[in-house]
Design a protein. Structure first.
Length: 278
């Protein structure tokens, strides 16, 4: 192999990582190749599958088993995030769009549900845009708020067969509701995810976090750069981060543009905006 020795070593590391994915039976499409290039060949890890629902290999690979497919976090930040969700009763995932914060949280929720570790899944988001216009939208309350919850339905649809998902929602084993609907409830033996938490006010965040009941786990995800609250309102995600850091069994995981798993251009767009902000 010709060229600079360091560059040759990087190419060799990348090729080894791609071969390892193939040998392990893992998918190898353009998204995986792009991810390996951006991570310098470190995303694949090493090891052999043994069928456990969550496996941590020498090299750091993590796998989450769901009804429809096996989910593999691709970056080191994503791996640390998933490990922390299994280890802690309350976890925060903070970073830009496209980094898998919500997707992986829902995957862990489904995994723990099908393993019998929780009795139900509750997914929530602040319906900020709906707050002003809800009464003018057609349909009943469910029809009014469902468009704001659609990303959560999409994630669930990736992990559970359609008929089973519909049945679980009908039986209220899976609930998808706006944050305002959480008031007054105690959420026991449930896996609870609050998405788009940067749009929760301080009082809403406190209300949500104090719903945590016996046998439950909570995950809070958000992007501090996309706050849609009215001017003068403080983001509850900001306050929670400031007040809760250092408390045992509460984890904080952070993502950057390097962790974006959407189209490669998304990472470049985020980096451009971050550079402009700084």
């Amino acid at each position: 192999m010709l060229g600079d020795a360091a560059a040759c070593q990087q190419v060799q590391t990348l090729l080894n990582a791609l071969y390892l994915r193939l040998e392990s039976g893992l998918p190898l499409e353009m998204a995986e190749i792009d991810q390996e290039i951006r991570m310098g060949g470190s995303a694949a890890g090493t090891g052999v599958r043994n069928g456990d629902q969550l496996e941590m290999f020498k090299g750091g690979r993590v796998e989450i088993k769901t009804r429809k497919k096996l989910i593999e976090p691709r970056t080191e930040a994503q791996k640390s995030y998933v490990k922390s969700l299994f280890s802690n009763e309350l976890g925060f995932g903070i970073g830009p769009a496209g980094t898998g914060k919500t997707y992986l949280a829902v995957a862990v929720a489904v995994n723990m549900f099908i393993e019998g570790k929780v009795d139900k899944i509750i997914l929530s988001r602040p319906a900020v845009e709906a707050g002003e216009k809800l009464g003018f939208l057609p349909g009943d309350m469910k029809e009014k708020v469902d468009p704001y919850m659609q990303p959560l339905y999409d994630a669930l649809g990736d992990f559970l067969p359609g008929k089973q998902l519909a049945k679980l929602i009908e039986d209220k084993k899976i609930e998808i509701a706006p944050l305002a609907f959480m008031r007054g409830r105690t959420l026991s033996n449930a896996f609870v995810v609050l998405d788009e938490a940067q749009n929760a006010t301080t009082m809403q965040m406190k209300m949500f976090l104090t719903r945590l009941g016996k046998g439950s786990r909570m995950v809070v995800t958000g992007d501090r750069t996309q706050i849609d609250l009215q001017r003068g309102q403080v983001s509850g995600l900001h306050d929670a981060e400031r007040l809760l850091k250092g408390i045992d069994k509460i984890s904080f995981n952070y993502f950057t543009a390097k962790d974006v798993v959407r189209h490669p251009l998304v990472a470049k767009i985020i980096e451009a905006y971050e550079a402009d902000d700084s």
